[in-house]
Design a protein around this ligand. Structure first.
Ligand code: DP6
Length: 327
């Protein structure tokens, strides 16, 4: 049984940062994101009862150690649901720089959830696929959904999933400050924030309030409110992270400069707002129709220091889907 699925990364406007259940990956708060049409991950899963162990290949190289263990643990969840012990071969091709804060774990586990569920013969709807993807990486539950998605924090495994949320047509421009893998994974940094940052509780309260405000801004299709909340929410998350001990600082000097560049674009009449995940790259949020103009404006903004080939324009993309179904 072979199934292949494609999924895209998503970028949160209200961030997920903190778990209240590490095993089930239940978040402290809900979050809201845009799934993009760039950097797809393609994952092919072949269930093969003849295999003694799962075989995992990332971009042509056999995976070992903890990345492989994480995939096997995820497949164990699928096998438990399917009532089989059969092992699988997993081949993944990523076009997103892995570990660079461009959400490769989100597209990765979303594609794996869709391909593995199909290969193991599970017939899951969007909500159950989102719950399953969440168990691999929290943010992956949002990449199951196309376009804008809200992840309801929920109170247990059944109630914590993402679904579509209506709002304005948004686009993004990704500024790749550094494509190298980050020094501290978001999983580890999230844990350290909870355990050592004096701002962790304040962040959780603020994120909850931001999500309620963001839902209102979406309902009103109010880009200014959406953008201002996006920028502020990201900076609050980074403030909580910087409060860790030992400290973690994801934003590079150039990242901060790009927040200033967003302000310059707005002053010139082009609405764009900056956000950043657990890495130095900065993502600009704007109207879908303005993506080209935002990219062009950043290209000629000397202080931003971003060559055109490191500015990636993106629109809303599809949710994770099968491209080859099990026969
Ligand atoms: C900063 O989903 O990678 O991108 O659940 O531990 O796998 P785990 O974390 P992950 O964290 C993403 C954090 C973020 C914010 C977001 O996408 O909401």
């Amino acid at each position: 049984m072979t199934s292949t699925a494609v999924a895209h990364p998503n970028i949160a406007l209200v961030k997920y940062w903190g778990k209240r259940d590490d095993a089930l990956i239940l978040p402290d708060t809900g979050s809201l994101s845009l799934t993009l049409d760039v950097f797809p991950t393609t994952t092919r899963v072949t269930v093969d009862p003849a295999l003694a162990a799962d075989e995992i290949v990332f971009d042509g190289a056999v995976a070992t150690g903890s990345p492989a263990a994480r995939i096997t643990a995820f497949l164990d969840l699928v096998r438990a649901q399917a009532g089989t012990a059969a092992r699988a071969r997993v081949e993944t091709r990523n076009s997103v720089p892995t570990g660079a804060g461009l959400a490769s774990s989100a597209s990765g586990f979303a594609a794996l959830a869709v391909a593995a569920a199909d290969a193991y013969g599970l017939d899951l709807g969007e909500r159950d696929l989102s719950r399953l993807a969440r168990r691999g990486s929290g943010s992956a539950c949002r990449s199951i959904i196309g376009g804008t998605a809200i992840w309801h924090a929920g109170t247990d495994d059944a109630t914590s999933y993402a679904e579509h949320i209506a709002g304005p047509d948004l686009g993004m421009v990704i500024a790749v400050v550094d494509a190298a893998a980050k020094a501290v994974s978001s999983r580890e940094a999230m844990r350290r924030t909870r355990d050592t940052s004096p701002y962790a509780d304040a962040w959780v309260q603020a994120a909850e309030a931001d999500l309620a405000l963001m839902q209102r801004a979406f309902a009103a299709c109010d880009l200014t409110a959406i953008g201002e909340l996006t920028e502020s929410n990201a900076l609050r998350m980074h403030a909580a992270i910087m409060g860790c001990r030992p400290p973690i600082r994801y934003l590079a000097p150039q990242s901060i400069g790009l927040f200033d560049a967003a302000a310059r674009l707005r002053a010139a009449g082009l609405e764009a707002y900056a956000t950043a995940d657990a890495g130095p790259n900065v993502v600009f949020v704007c109207r879908a129709a303005d993506v080209g103009a935002v990219r062009d404006a950043l290209t000629v903004d000397d202080a931003a220091g971003m060559p055109a080939d490191r500015l990636i324009a993106a629109q809303a993309g599809p949710g994770a889907h099968l491209v080859e179904a099990a026969a």
